[in-house]
Design a binder for this molecule. Structure first.
Ligand code: ADP
Length: 183
């Protein structure tokens, strides 16, 4: 059975560690619950504990991490679920993998925050470890992050509050999700 009152999509949030992907994913899910929109969150930490636990942080493994995440998200979105993905997705080639798998289901959101601010936030203490070289291949420090070329939406988490960012995001996606009700 397919959910009939909503159109599935994949909201693909990408950005540096600490940029705000998880925070906004949680807020957006709460907003969706209020509006009776069925959504599921997928994120890098969660997948790397299970489905992707054989993968490391080389660029090849990061690409495979994204491929599996996008395939998983696509299966759910095809059934009408709104999938909120939070993955660093560091390179343009990684974004192309997700875009190619998901096609019109794919909605790319760049969670844009300067590296210096992410370092100050250091939510998980990982920038400290990367700075003294205890943690290798860390995005933004010892592993590349490319600015996305063509995101569908950019959210500036340095200058706006989480709620303001969530409001922008909800406004950008909600009509797309509920359009089936009116067709
Ligand atoms: P990520 O999932 O991208 O690694 P997190 O969501 O775990 O990042 O952490 C982002 C941190 O930045 C949180 O402590 C959050 O409260 C803070 N923050 C400040 N402003 C914003 C904003 N506008 N959007 C999201 N997070 C923000």
């Amino acid at each position: 059975m397919k959910l009939t009152t909503q159109k599935g999509m994949v909201i693909w949030m990408l950005g540096l560690s600490g940029a705000g992907k998880s925070t906004l994913s949680d807020l957006l899910e709460t907003q969706f619950q209020t509006e009776n929109i069925f959504s599921i969150q997928l994120d890098g930490d969660q997948l790397r504990k299970g489905l992707n636990k054989n993968l490391g942080f080389s660029m090849e493994d990061r690409a495979e991490n994204i491929r599996r995440a996008a395939e998983t998200a696509g299966i759910m979105a095809a059934k009408g679920i709104v999938v909120i993905c939070s993955f660093i997705t560091p390179l343009n080639v990684h974004r192309e993998i997700a875009r190619e798998i998901l096609g019109e289901l794919y909605f790319e959101v760049f969670i844009d925050c300067p590296l210096t601010v992410c370092q100050e936030r250091d939510v998980k203490g990982l920038y400290k470890l990367a700075g003294n070289n205890t943690l290798k291949n860390f995005t933004g420090i010892s592993s590349a992050f490319e600015k996305p070329e063509n995101p569908d939406l950019v959210l500036l988490t340095e200058s706006q509050t989480p709620q303001q960012c969530c409001d922008h995001l909800y406004a950008a996606v909600s009509s797309r999700i509920t359009q089936l009700q009116f067709s």
